[in-house]
Design a protein around this ligand. Structure first.
Ligand code: GAR
Length: 190
């Protein structure tokens, strides 16, 4: 069974969507660990509810990114993790993890990249007045939401749709698209 590490820093609703698919038997994988840089985030509560191990760390307690990434990499390799799935992990991935898991780290972003990378992507796109919204899943490299695109899904909003309504639609797309990509591109490889 493919072992996945989920990385999250906040609410963890994408993490939850993946857990739910696995528990339904719709995704043949195991979540070996939730890794977080925010020990008190809601994603941690979600993980505990499902008895998923949590690896939490506080970046400022380490002399460098290399140091904490080495600890994470060691842990993941020991657990036989073969795919890292970023789900709202709001931190750049560094050389240590990129080297330890080449082409094995993916991310989801709530816009049609390369437009509107970084934080608050949906609001950035909304304020800009885009006519098509969407979601991107991509390989992770050293940049902010850069890296080769694996899949995208888009939609045209209705007239006068609010930011909140658009956010809801985007999140609903995220939950389905991420599971689909993991199933079709990664789980099937093992
Ligand atoms: C998601 O919308 C994800 O696309 C976004 O953070 C949110 C996390 O929500 N990621 C980025 O903006 C990456 N640059 P969640 O914690 O409820 O899954």
């Amino acid at each position: 069974m493919k072992k996945i590490a989920l990385f999250a820093s906040g609410n963890g609703s994408n993490f939850q969507a993946i857990v739910d698919e696995i528990e339904k038997g719709a995704l043949a994988a195991v979540i070996a660990v939730l890794v977080t840089d925010k020990p008190h985030c809601f994603a941690v509560e979600r993980a505990r509810k499902h008895n998923i191990p949590v690896f939490s760390f506080v970046p400022k307690n380490y002399p460098s990114k290399d140091e904490y990434e080495r600890e994470i990499a060691f842990y993941l390799i020991e657990k036989n993790v073969s795919l890292i799935v970023l789900a709202g992990y709001m931190r750049l991935v560094g050389e240590v993890l990129l080297t330890a898991f080449p082409n094995r780290i993916i991310n989801i972003h709530p816009t049609l990249l390369p437009a509107f990378p970084g934080k608050n992507g949906i609001k950035q796109a909304f304020d800009y007045g885009v006519k098509i919204f969407g979601v991107t899943v991509h390989y992770v490299d050293a940049g902010v939401d850069t890296g080769k695109i694996i899949a995208q899904e888009s939609f045209k909003p209705e007239e006068n749709e609010t930011l909140q309504e658009i956010e809801e639609k985007i999140h609903a797309i995220e939950y389905q698209l991420y599971v689909k990509v993991i199933r079709e591109h990664f789980v099937s490889l093992c």
